[in-house]
Design a protein around this ligand. Structure first.
Ligand SMILES: Cc1ncc(COP(=O)(O)O)c(C=O)c1O
Length: 475
């Protein structure tokens, strides 16, 4: 092959240009396309597969030592937001592994990325040895983070949202030592390490764990009382600062409460709080593991115009590989932040593809109304509101922000939210619960492959299930 390629190309570059690879990709992609075509609408399980499937799920639950939320085992093929399960059913996936599968299922471009990744010299990349896509992804994330004025000049990748958050915490503690207290919002979810379970405002998630982190909780923004809510939060903040002077290492903010129930804060609320934290030398950290890419800006801190106020920001989920971004002022000392793995080659290359796809696909625009993500939100919410108008009290707002669509089903009880979520699943639509008192239903659509017809289909299923639940409540 390749006599016509200049001899100065590296062997790896010549491999990438080898026509056999392009042919193999084309063949594989074509095979996938041929077989995925039929997966273009929801369908029920196949009766002949049901009992074997149930046994497999039960076996898996036994092996894991705990139940699965959904009896979900993918067959390994999908088509955009549709996915075929091993029981023969096809689901419309509007939760995407809680915001991970931005390109949906069996996306041909992702298959191309996967092939490039398996041709990489190693499966895993780590802090000691990394490949060029790591530089490209880090550079792209820093470029996006700084384009509207933040000073987040640095970015380190890692394997989970929890590790990105641990790194953020460590960086803030080290810089602000010996301060050891943390401000966080009520109802926050931060991840599953011991420190983050301490911070997460769910007692059930830390049963039996030692207390390692002292957290002062602040009430989150209340959309029903914006100015009163800001005042209450600032009062508590000031009282705790006066009570424990110079003891707070960071202010931890999730700008759209994710696990907390899909509630957005306001610019004024976050800016006032972050400004005051900054004045006191308290690190302002935004946990964007769930919110990254869900508004008309890459980062939610940009949507809320906090560019000049953020010190450390974490991302994950849709980016496939997670990361902690920080300003030069918060550069950690050598030895604080490292890990064997930064991610596997496929995650890093897929992350690059997805973030570029979001940039090039019209998701990030200065005006919210022209962003594809925001338009998908509006369409989804207008469908939900139409159902609510027909069945008052069934699907209550607020309805979230951008690519994070949420609602409160019926009386807001945990039982109603779970009943609706499970009935939707049986009917072919995947959403998930969020929040507590009220319990909510949420959707995280695959942003890069969701088209209006998928949202119409989701709302059609939602309406069918709501109608049945209303009828059974009346009867
Ligand atoms: C806001 C937020 N932070 C952190 C995490 C933890 O991320 P991971 O599950 O990848 O460790 C999550 C996961 O749901 C999250 O939503």
């Amino acid at each position: 092959m390749s006599e016509n390629h200049a001899p100065t190309l590296l062997a790896a570059q010549r491999l990438a240009l080898d026509p056999r690879i392009a042919q193999a990709k084309e063949l594989l992609t074509q095979a996938v396309r041929d077989h995925q075509k039929e997966l273009n609408q929801v369908r029920p399980p196949r009766p002949d597969l049901t009992s074997g499937y149930a046994e497999k799920v039960a076996k898996f639950e036994g092996l894991r030592g705990g139940t699965l939320y959904f009896p979900y085992l993918s067959a390994g093929l999908g088509n955009g937001p549709y996915v075929e399960l091993a029981d023969g059913s096809v689901k419309l996936d509007m939760i995407t592994g809680i915001g991970v599968h931005g390109m949906g299922h069996s996306n041909p471009e992702m298959i191309g990325v996967g092939i490039d990744a398996v041709l990489c010299d190693t499966v895993m990349q780590g802090n000691l040895q990394q490949n060029e896509p790591s530089v490209e992804l880090t550079e792209l994330l820093v470029k996006l983070a700084t384009e509207t004025g933040s000073d987040l000049q640095h970015c380190v990748m890692t394997t989970s949202g929890a590790m990105a958050n641990e790194n953020a915490l460590k960086i803030a503690y080290q810089k602000n030592a010996p301060a050891n207290r943390v401000f966080a919002f009520e109802n926050c979810f931060c991840g599953r390490t011991i420190a983050l379970s301490n911070m997460t405002d769910r007692p059930g998630y830390r049963v039996g764990l030692p207390v390692t982190t002292t957290v002062d909780y602040l009430p989150f923004f209340d959309h029903r009382d914006p100015s009163g809510s800001l005042k209450r939060t600032m009062d508590i903040f000031e009282r705790q600062v006066a009570r424990y002077p110079k003891q707070h290492a960071n202010l931890w903010m999730e700008l759209i409460a994710g696990e907390g129930g899909y509630y957005a804060g306001s610019r004024e609320f976050f800016q006032t709080l972050a400004q005051r934290a900054r004045e006191l030398g308290i690190a302002v950290i935004c946990d964007e593991v769930q919110t990254f890419s869900r508004t008309n800006r890459p980062f939610a801190f940009q949507y809320f115009e906090l560019d000049s106020l953020v010190d450390i920001v974490t991302i994950g989920k849709i980016t496939q590989v997670c990361a902690t971004l920080f300003t030069s002022n918060y550069k950690p000392k050598p030895g604080l932040v490292s890990q064997t793995f930064t991610g596997n080659s496929a995650s890093i290359m897929a992350g690059l593809k997805i973030v570029r796809g979001l940039v090039e696909g019209g998701h990030f625009t200065p005006a919210p109304e022209s962003s594809k993500t925001m338009r998908l939100h509006d369409l989804f919410v207008s469908g939900i509101k139409a159902i609510e108008a027909k069945y008052p009290g069934s699907l209550n707002g607020p309805y979230g922000l951008g690519g994070m669509v949420g609602l409160t089903p019926f009386d807001g009880s945990a039982a109603s939210a779970k009943e609706l979520t499970m009935k939707l699943y049986e009917a072919g639509l995947m959403g998930f619960i969020a929040g507590d008192a009220p319990s909510r239903l949420r959707f995280l659509m695959p942003l890069l492959v969701t088209e209006p017809q998928h949202i119409h289909e989701a709302c059609r299923i939602l309406e069918l299930v709501v109608a049945a639940m209303v009828a059974s409540r009346q009867g």
